[in-house]
Design a protein around this ligand. Structure first.
Ligand code: VGL
Ligand code: ZN
Length: 201
């Protein structure tokens, strides 16, 4: 069984959104068109409370994109984004969600950020995605969506470490930072993740 994970294709990560990924909108037509190649399609949704600790606005004298220590880990402070129930947190209306079998929300705990669609950044809370995929006999996981260097990267990394044969579709994602992206791709290659183009699925 082959599954496609649509990572965080939400308005706030698209041009015009509060944490817009440059050219993020360019992936949507492609993401729609590749869905039919999979046995199962699932989606993740970044879903933060307003008082979330990943927001710079919730820290005194901190700027957006500054890095602080949170629970002993480096934490980038983001603009407010994907606040539960807001339009920014909604999936892009251009995204075809008709075939999405299940949606896994993340980042709901005020004190912990959650990039991966599988666990939070402390690896303490599961979203349920691993158990769901395993219950559906999924062996191969393909990742796409936003952002390439954060949530798509960490989702691919966890999928591979959890024993799924993992594929990262480069043309179906866009990054926030090119430097972070290059490091992420190197790490994924070393872990054994297959980096491919949608034409090679
Ligand atoms: C993401 C930063 C903060 C992502 C989510 O979806 O890549 N990035 N929250
Ligand atoms: Zn977030």
């Amino acid at each position: 069984m082959r599954a496609l994970i649509l990572v965080d294709i939400q308005n706030d990560f698209l041009p015009g959104g509060s944490l817009a990924v440059e050219q993020g909108d360019e992936i949507i037509t492609l993401v729609n068109s590749i869905q039919s190649k999979f046995d199962l399609v699932v989606a993740s949704q970044d879903w933060h409370p307003e008082n979330h600790s990943s927001f710079a606005s919730n820290h005194k004298n901190k700027e957006v994109f500054e890095v602080i220590k949170l629970n002993g880990q480096d934490q980038v402070l983001w603009p407010n984004h994907c606040v539960q129930g807001t339009d920014g947190a909604a999936f892009s209306s251009a995204l075809n969600t008709d075939n999405v079998a299940a949606i896994f929300r993340k980042g709901m705990h005020k004190k912990v950020d959650s990039y991966s669609a599988f666990f939070d950044n402390n690896k303490t809370q599961h979203t349920g995605l691993e158990a769901y995929l395993k219950s559906m006999q999924v062996t191969d996981v393909y990742v796409c969506g936003l952002a390439a260097d954060y949530c798509v990267y960490f989702t691919a990394k966890d999928a591979q470490n959890l024993g799924f044969k993992t594929y990262y579709i480069t043309d179906a994602t866009r990054y926030i930072s090119e430097v972070v992206y290059n490091t992420a791709l190197l790490d994924l290659k070393q872990l054994g993740v297959t980096i491919l183009n949608s034409a090679d699925i």
